[in-house]
Design a binder for this molecule. Structure first.
Ligand code: ZN
Length: 320
């Protein structure tokens, strides 16, 4: 799951940042010109490592309360039905999501990767993922599908077989433009919570927000370079403990950067999201990185670091 860092490294143009690309935003008062962002949350009902005292319903409640407070419309929750089959009481999280006015989408049943899953099995897993959505009456005419790991297959045959299946079945590819590797914070967050290390928990939240703001700026730069304008963006988050802890400052930080919240269906109507790469990609990545790689578009700002490596020892007690 180091797709983002890898993709960004490929795109980083060594040399001076473009004059005026970052500095004026901090120097002038007031927000930058507005940009639209749809929020999506993956791996419902359960994401991330368990730890003593974790309350999955509470995580959902905190996220939903923040969306309500910030008037974020139509936040698609992408569901892995296996989570409910493994622990039926988590169905209440999906019901709560719907009752808060937010829709659900298909993220496969068991979260397989196309790297090591034969296409027929993968397609069967997508279909199995529909069962819980149909049960909850959440399988409407607009059917967004989110690929696990954002990975669409590393051969043209695999990629096209799944793409064609999705089209036949009425699905829309739920593109991602902003991926700040939020999932990587949940393991360290769980460890710090277990240790009761409040200072480190606060530091993680600050780091999470900072990283997602930087990724918003990278996504804006790349999409402007690709199509000459700000596109309607789609932010990828997960239903994890770190996400719940960081959601309020994250939404505030984005709004300070001029973000206006829209729903996923509205965002995907932007023609940018219909752009597809021609060459299969060897890893999953947000669409601006994929398109930029194929078209030779470079980033002027430094790439994000390897967050998983950087947080690998956070809140791991040293034996001595
Ligand atoms: Zn996922």
């Amino acid at each position: 799951m180091r797709a983002l860092a890898l993709a960004a490294l490929w795109l980083f143009a060594c040399g001076s940042p473009r004059a005026g690309s970052e500095a004026p935003a901090k120097a002038v008062s007031g927000p930058e010109p507005g940009v639209s962002v749809a929020i999506t949350v993956d791996d419902l009902p359960v994401h991330g490592e368990p730890y003593p005292g974790i309350d999955r319903e509470k995580i959902a409640e905190v996220l939903l309360a923040a969306f309500a407070a910030h008037h974020v419309p139509s936040v698609y929750g992408f569901v892995n039905g296996k989570g409910v089959d493994d622990d039926p009481k988590t169905e209440s999280i999906l019901r709560r999501w719907l009752s808060a006015g937010h829709p659900l989408g298909n993220h496969t049943w068991s979260h397989p990767s196309l790297k090591d899953t034969p296409v027929p099995e993968y397609l069967a897993d997508i279909e199995r993922g529909e069962v819980i959505l149909k049960k909850l009456n959440a399988f409407g005419t607009f059917r967004p599908f989110r690929y696990p790991f954002l990975f669409e297959g590393d051969t043209a045959e695999t990629r096209d077989a799944v793409r064609n299946y999705l089209k036949r079945r009425g699905y829309t590819r739920a593109t991602v433009t902003i991926d700040g590797d939020d999932w990587a914070y949940n393991g360290p967050f769980a460890r710090c919570r277990k240790l009761g290390n409040e200072a480190e928990l606060q530091r993680l939240v600050g780091d999470y927000v900072e990283r997602h703001v930087a990724e918003l700026e990278r996504a804006r730069e790349l999409t402007r370079s690709l199509v000459g304008r700000d596109v309607a963006h789609v932010l990828l988050l997960h239903i994890g403990a770190a996400d719940a802890a960081a959601i309020e400052p994250l939404l505030t930080a984005y709004e300070r950067r001029g973000v206006k919240w829209i729903g996923l269906e509205q965002a995907l109507a932007d023609p940018f999201h219909a752009l597809e790469t021609h060459a299969p990609m060897p890893f999953g990545a947000a669409d601006p990185y994929r398109l930029a790689k194929e078209r030779g578009v470079k980033l002027s700002s430094p790439p994000p670091d390897d967050i998983q490596a950087r947080l690998a020892t956070t809140c791991i007690q040293q034996s001595q």
